[in-house]
Design a protein around this ligand. Structure first.
Ligand code: 13P
Length: 250
């Protein structure tokens, strides 16, 4: 049975007081779906978020992480630092990191290795741009993003990998992939995993959809066979909207 997961990617939003207030609102909501619920405040507010969510089922993750252990890397945050703050899950490979900060597949492979070596779980993001979809290259793009960053891993490592398909053209644009487009891609990803590893592994990995997912469209997207949940941007910044999405993941 694959895990159902809804993760909120807060991106560069919410200061300290706002983080506290949103977590307080989230704690007042009821999870009726049984999905795992993950939130990702900014680095500076992670420790606060961990203490504010203590004793609840809300998990706290980071949005990024260094590939290095420690040392002279100004502005960076290590896996060990995250773990010491009580954070055991990290998002890697988000398209905004790839596009604005030059993160490449090979860098992401290093970051994935570091996170797994520290015993962390990785939410690994990938997805095609609009031009690539228009050129009918979306399957090739996604297959290469996944293989370049993950296919050096052994089968066992995938116990700690959550995949997140986020078509770039659907992020923050209000334009969502149709449930059929999401299903087609998730099915394709599962097939490539089965071909590379095994049917059992492909069946066990959770694959999330991300891109303008909100309470009004989440249920249809999550109803698809190969969609195990969502990675939510804008709609994760209000407790009622976020739990509208969480509770759509039945
Ligand atoms: P939106 O839900 O705001 O489109 O963002 C999706 C996303 O990038 C989640 O990582």
């Amino acid at each position: 049975m694959r895990q159902k997961i809804v993760a909120g990617n807060w991106k560069m939003n919410k200061n300290l007081a706002e983080t506290k207030a949103l977590i307080s609102d989230l704690k007042a909501e009821e999870n009726t779906s049984g999905a795992r619920v993950i939130i990702t405040p900014s680095f500076v507010n992670l420790a606060l978020a961990v203490s504010e969510t203590e004793g609840t089922a809300i998990e706290v993750a980071a949005q990024n992480m260094s590939q290095y252990n420690a040392g002279a890397y100004t502005g960076e945050v290590s896996a060990a630092m995250l773990k010491s703050a009580g954070v055991n899950v990290v998002i890697l490979g988000h398209s905004e990191r790839r596009a604005y900060y030059g993160e490449t597949d090979s860098l992401l492979a290093e970051k994935v290795d570091k996170a797994l070596a520290e015993g962390m779980e990785v939410i690994f993001c990938f997805g095609e741009e609009l031009e690539e979809r228009k050129a009918d290259k979306h399957y090739d793009v996604v297959a290469s993003q996944i293989s370049n960053a993950l296919y050096h891993l052994g089968e066992d490592a995938f116990k700690n990998i959550i995949l997140a398909y986020e078509p770039v053209w659907a992020i923050g644009t209000g334009e969502t992939a149709t449930a059929e487009q999401a299903q087609e891609m998730h099915f394709f990803i599962r097939k490539t995993l089965a071909d590379k590893y095994s049917a059992a592994l492909a069946e066990s990995v959770s694959i999330l959809y991300g891109g303008s997912c909100k309470p009004s469209n989440a249920e249809e997207i999550f109803s698809k066979e190969d969609v195990d949940g969502g990675l939510i941007g804008g709609a994760s910044l209000k407790a009622a909207d976020f739990f509208g999405v969480v509770n759509a993941n039945k």
